[in-house]
Design a protein. Structure first.
Length: 281
């Protein structure tokens, strides 16, 4: 059933994220959603109070990606011009704007917790930004100390862009079950998912795919990847190796995959269908 609906007139919502809940706390107070819009605005909604709590405009271009920091104290947002803004939902202030990806739309933003000594830099959090020109930047940050340091910069090769081809998105995600690793998919020399090790600073493994991926999600609980394709196909890929399982059922390109925090359920979306899958065994 539909529980709550927020409507913003004359603007399209391009991306959204749930605020991470505090450890050991699951109450109505922690249920917030942040959404990015086509006019460059960010809105924070309280689900429990069914109201908009905050509106900010850190961008002049349409938002394409948004996420909370792991503690929920910051909002990271990216736009179609390639700018990444770091804003405080407490004050409504934009604290930092990063221009490293300028000129190419941001396709992914993701944060993960890290230990200070993991990579020889200070910061309690690791985050990545991916842009549609197949570049991934990885950052270590400590927002309370206003620290943000570039840890790694990845650039993945590809054939010359065919003018008439609708290219698949560049997507990256930290690997929950492999220390210091991230997974990348996108238009490239081969149809594959690349495992990149941040400590070794190199691609350590490649997984062949039947087509270029259109969506990606890594299970937080078990070593599985969910990958969506343009051919109405969803693939569940065990890692590091194993036989993939392919599933039909979508009416169009599978443009979204999301594992639930438990890893037991998977949500996928195509043009006019949202499917919820239960993972057994």
């Amino acid at each position: 059933e539909l529980v709550v609906q927020f409507q913003v007139l004359n603007q399209s919502c391009q991306c959204l994220a749930w605020k991470p809940r505090s450890v050991g706390v699951w109450g109505a107070e922690s249920q917030h959603v942040v959404a990015g819009y086509s006019d460059g605005t960010i809105r924070v909604f309280s689900v429990s109070r069914t109201e908009m709590e905050l509106k900010m405009k850190p961008h002049s271009a349409a938002l394409t990606a948004i996420t909370y920091s792991t503690d929920g104290e910051m909002i990271l947002s990216g736009d179609k011009d390639g700018l990444v803004a770091v804003s405080s939902p407490r004050t409504g202030m934009t604290l930092r704007v990063l221009v490293d990806h300028k000129g190419s739309p941001i396709t992914t933003l993701q944060c993960t917790r890290k230990q200070y000594h993991d990579f020889g830099v200070e910061g309690g959090e690791l985050w990545l930004a991916t842009s549609s020109d197949r570049r991934v930047s990885v950052w270590a940050s400590d927002w309370l100390k206003d620290k943000c340091e570039l840890l790694d910069w990845l650039s993945f090769p590809a054939p010359a862009d065919p003018e008439d081809l609708d290219l698949p998105p560049s997507l990256a995600a930290f690997c929950p079950w492999e220390h210091g690793a991230l997974v990348y998919v996108g238009f490239g020399m081969q149809k594959e998912a690349l495992f990149y090790n941040l400590c070794k600073k190199q691609v350590v493994r490649k997984v062949s795919l039947p087509a270029f991926a259109t969506s990606l999600s890594l299970s937080p609980a078990t070593p599985f990847m969910a990958i969506g394709f343009g051919e109405q196909l969803l693939r569940l890929q065990p890692c590091p190796a194993g036989h993939p399982q392919d599933y039909a059922g979508h009416d169009d390109t599978v443009h979204l995959c999301r594992f639930a925090p438990s890893g037991r359920r998977l949500l996928t979306a195509s043009h006019s269908a949202v499917l919820v899958w239960e993972l057994t065994g």
